[in-house]
Ligand binder design. Structure first.
Ligand SMILES: [Zn+2]
Ligand SMILES: [Zn+2]
Length: 241
C-alpha cells in the first residue's frame, strides 16, 4: 500500500473543530480529543474506501476545466515529468463543501471547490498548486511511502512557486457557523468528527490509518456514529445543532 488513495485538503480545520470564534480568539480547550493522537492537528479526519477510477471520472457534479488542466500539464512538463503531465486533469467538483481541493493519486485528478472563487480570487490558483504538489510528490515517490505534507510535497510546492505553503487553508467559508447535526467518533483515538451530512459507512479515522496502517485505509478504524448529546459532552465548544 502506498498511503491514502487521495489527499483531501479540508478547509479551515483545525478551526472547524473548535469552531472559528474560539480559535480566532486563540483559545483551544483541552477537552478536544484531538491531542490524543500525537498532539498534532489534522486537516483530514476521514478516509474513505478508494473510489474506483471510473466512478471518479464520471461522477455527477464534476466539470472538467480545460484551461487549468493545460496549465497543470505545462507546469508538470517543465519539471520533466511527462508521464504525469499526460495524465493530470482538473475538475470543478460541485459536491465539495468544506473541502478546498482534492488530489486523486490513482488517476492524477484534481478536484476544486467552485466556491473558492467567491472568497478570494487567488484561492483557486493556490489550491490548484497545493493539490498539484501532492500529485508531483506522489508521482516522484513512486512506490515509496511519503508523508502527505512531508519534504517531497514541500519541495514540489517550492518548485511550483508556493514555498512555505501551509498544509491547511483558512478560508472564510470554513469559519461560517455551520451547525453540525451529526457526530462520529473513532473508538481507537477518541477523535470527534462533526458532520453536516451522513458519512459513508466505510469512513475510517485518517489519523489512526496514518499511525497504525501507514496511511492505508483500514476498517479497523471505522468512524462510529455517536449521539449529539455525547458529542456535546465531549466537545462542548463546538457549534452543535
Ligand atoms: Zn494537502
Ligand atoms: Zn482514530
Amino acid at each position: 500500500m502506498r498511503g491514502p488513495e487521495y489527499h483531501q485538503l479540508r478547509l479551515g480545520l483545525p478551526s472547524n473543530l473548535g469552531e472559528g470564534t474560539l480559535n480566532r480568539r486563540g483559545h483551544s480547550r483541552p477537552s478536544l480529543r484531538r491531542s490524543q493522537s500525537n498532539g498534532m492537528l489534522f486537516d483530514l479526519f476521514e478516509i474513505t474506501r478508494p473510489v474506483p477510477r471510473k466512478k471518479i471520472a464520471r461522477g455527477r457534479g464534476l466539470k472538467f476545466d480545460n484551461e487549468l488542466t493545460e496549465k497543470c500539464r505545462r507546469m508538470v512538463s517543465m519539471l520533466g515529468l511527462d508521464p504525469l503531465a499526460d495524465q493530470v486533469k482538473v475538475f470543478w467538483n460541485l459536491r465539495l463543501s468544506s473541502t478546498a481541493g482534492l488530489a486523486h493519486h490513482s488517476n492524477a485528478q484534481i478536484d476544486l471547490n467552485p466556491r473558492l472563487e467567491r472568497f478570494a480570487p487567488e484561492e483557486p490558483e493556490r489550491t490548484l498548486l497545493h493539490e498539484l504538489a501532492h500529485l508531483i510528490a506522489h508521482f516522484r515517490a513512486s512506490d515509496r511511502r511519503i508523508q502527505p505534507h512531508g519534504l517531497e510535497w514541500q519541495s514540489a510546492c517550492s518548485e511550483l512557486g508556493i514555498p512555505g505553503e501551509k498544509r491547511c487553508h483558512d478560508l472564510p467559508f470554513a469559519n461560517r457557523a455551520i451547525k453540525r447535526k451529526l457526530a462520529y467518533q473513532c473508538r481507537c483515538c477518541g477523535i470527534v468528527v462533526p458532520r453536516v451530512r451522513k458519512l459513508s459507512r466505510d469512513s475510517a479515522c485518517y489519523p489512526c490509518c496514518q499511525k497504525y496502517n501507514r496511511g492505508g485505509y483500514s476498517r479497523r478504524f471505522l468512524l462510529e456514529k455517536i449521539s449529539i448529546k455525547e458529542a456535546k459532552s465531549l466537545v462542548p465548544e463546538h457549534n452543535w445543532a
